[in-house]
Design a protein around this ligand. Structure first.
Ligand code: NDP
Length: 260
């Protein structure tokens, strides 16, 4: 099977020769995005605040994986991180803004400090790192930027006010950046995951079987997603197979977004 420009179809989905930076790539969804991208041929750089999970992840990912200990919420260090990666490895072709934190609390109990902490990691850092990468991608006229958003950006899910605000901000950012960067051949997209089995979603459910049952009833496919469901979508959106897709937010949610 060939694509329109006579490439075998598997080549269109290949990330061979590409360098991908995946924040929060040591665990959960980020790890599976890195794993799928390595399988698609990419060299990957994963980041996180804790070294141990990153080291363990690298062992599983193999020799085309590298890590940098980095806290994305320290915005002033992000340009230096990008510079260091590009100097020691190669130009970054793919950025995946995956690192994120949640806070499950009734809105009236959320403090200013807590609200700001979520916004700093999930929104301010996404902009700062995207800008650092895009400043280099735009002159090269090549790049793909992917945000891991959430269906919380679209639906009123109780007790995640700061998280929902941060992810809605990311969704808005995608459209503006996609518009500004399109003439420079840099694409910007989002994936909006539904309920995916990770440490974050386990914590969000708080071990409460009722909450789990409610979430399951709101998922038409009748089961939660796996981190590699996001990994597969991330490979697609970062590859040439998606070369005409920008400014999009792809729900990967077992049908949550169909509505109720
Ligand atoms: P996890 O908590 O399993 O992983 C989050 C990762 O982000 C960890 O590796 C963590 O590493 C890293 N991280 C957190 N804060 C920072 C920081 N300040 N700087 C650098 N790295 C950081 O979460 P998930 O895998 O579930 O979530 C990944 C993304 O997917 C998030 O953006 C989340 O909002 C989104 N998402 C998840 C859903 C789900 O159901 N699981 C649903 C919808 C969206 P460390 O602690 O070492 O820094």
């Amino acid at each position: 099977m060939q694509s329109s420009d006579n490439q075998p179809i598997q080549n269109v989905f290949s990330l061979t020769g590409k360098l991908a930076l995946i924040t929060g790539g040591g665990t959960g969804i980020g790890f599976d995005i890195a794993r799928c991208m390595v399988q698609a041929g990419a060299t990957v750089v994963i980041t996180g605040r804790r070294e141990e999970p990153l080291r363990e992840a690298i062992e599983k990912l193999g020799e085309t994986a590298h890590y940098f200990v980095n806290d994305v919420s320290e915005l002033s260090a992000l340009d230096a991180l990008v510079e260091q990666i590009e100097t020691t490895l190669a130009p970054i072709d793919i950025l995946v803004n995956n690192a994120g934190i949640n806070l499950k609390k009734p809105a009236l109990e959320v403090t200013d400090e807590e609200f700001s902490r979520i916004i700093q990691t999930n929104l301010n850092a996404v902009f700062a790192l995207t800008r650092a990468c895009a400043r280099r991608m735009v002159p090269r006229r090549s790049g793909s930027i992917l945000m891991i958003s959430s269906m919380a950006a679209y639906y009123g899910i109780d007790r995640v006010v700061a998280y929902a605000a941060s992810k809605s901000g990311v969704e808005g950012m995608v459209k503006v950046l996609a518009s500004e960067f399109s003439p420079h051949n840099v694409r910007v997209n989002a994936i909006a995951p539904g309920f995916i089995e990770t440490e974050m979603s386990k914590k969000a459910m708080g071990g409460d079987p009722d909450r789990r049952d409610r979430a399951m009833r709101r998922t038409p496919m009748g089961h939660f997603g796996k981190p590699d469901d996001i990994g597969h979508a991330a490979v697609f959106l970062s590859s040439d197979a998606a070369r005409y897709i920008t400014g999009a937010s792809l729900p990967v949610d077992g049908g949550n977004s169909i509505g109720f």
